[in-house]
Design a protein around this ligand. Structure first.
Ligand code: ATP
Ligand code: MG
Length: 277
């Protein structure tokens, strides 16, 4: 379980986190969404001990991130936004170094490397140099590495950025499997359909503040059920309606290109943050 209370972070004059509070119950898959610069990575970096907070409190499974920093770090695994594997080492060596950092013994490390690589379907790549892997494989190795020490909580900072649709879906299946095995997951993504598909609860963050936290279905319902996109000369405007009949009525007499579709989580995000993703 993740508990965050009034978390604050400033870099000099710039306020990155302006009092964030939220709780993620054990075993939940939670998505933390927001535009570029909203403070998502900063939050994750503070929770995983990579950056110091400026104010507020946070704990992972009851371990305070500062007073009980070492215990807190053992509770969580991190897949950072930027790939940070050692390119010159093999997949297995990268995982081995991570295991050593967490004081795993040699035999235990060897067994666990085989286990996590099988889990991410890369068992046959153990001796391959990281440099020669595809982007999607590297991302899966990063997930395997984060799972090495059996964390209760997994932080995924944009785990599918830059990956093609097919590989992305494969990673979605992997994330679902990790969730089903009981791990609490804290996910950031710019692919909002990813959050809609995966997450049980979603937070919208904007300029270091939480705008709203709810289930994807509730967030969508707040906006409406049907969307009408009206393509103008310059840009596109979208209107929302509670029923299909109202949407049909709404488009009557419109000229230009008009489309009716179901409301999705991206509509809710844009309506509530007033921003493009
Ligand atoms: N090391 C740093 N020094 C100074 N400012 C920083 C530093 N790291 C982050 N910031 C600033 O803090 C704010 C939040 O950044 P953060 O990386 O948390 O955003 P983000 O939501 O992860 O964005 P993105 O979607 O682009 O990854 C930004 O204004 C950013 O410029
Ligand atoms: Mg980020």
């Amino acid at each position: 379980m993740i508990v965050i209370e009034d978390l604050r972070k400033s870099y000099g004059e710039r306020v990155a986190l302006d009092g964030v509070s939220l709780t993620v119950p054990k075993g939940q898959l939670f998505a933390y969404l927001g535009p570029n610069g909203a403070g998502k990575s900063t939050t994750i970096r503070i929770l995983t001990g990579l950056t110091k907070r400026s104010g507020g409190r946070a704990s992972l499974d009851g371990c305070d991130i500062e007073a009980d920093a070492l215990a807190a770090r053992r509770r969580s695994g991190l897949v950072p936004q930027q790939t940070n594997l050692d390119n010159d080492l093999s997949v297995g060596e990268n995982l081995d170094i991570h295991g050593r950092l967490f004081d795993m013994r040699r035999g235990e490390r060897q067994d666990r490397i085989a286990e996590v690589l099988a889990y991410v379907e890369l068992a046959d790549r153990r001796d391959q140099t990281v440099r020669t892997l595809s982007g999607g494989m590297k991302r899966r190795v990063m997930i395997a590495r984060a799972l090495m020490h059996r964390p209760a909580i997994l932080f995924l900072d944009e785990p599918t950025a830059g990956l093609d649709a097919q590989i992305r879906r494969r990673i979605w299946a992997l994330i679902k499997r990790i969730r089903q095995d009981g791990t609490t997951i804290f996910l950031t993504t710019h692919h909002i359909e990813e959050a809609e598909f995966l997450a049980e609860r979603v937070a919208f963050l904007d300029q270091g503040r939480i705008v709203v936290i709810d289930s994807p279905a509730n967030l969508i319902n707040r906006v409406g059920a049907w969307a009408v996109d009206v393509l103008g000369e310059e840009d596109m405007e979208t209107e929302y309606f509670a029923t299909r009949a109202e949407a049909d009525h709404g488009i009557r007499g419109r000229d230009g290109s008009v489309t009716i579709r179901r409301v999705n989580l991206e509509d809710a995000f844009l309506a509530m943050t007033g921003r493009k993703v």
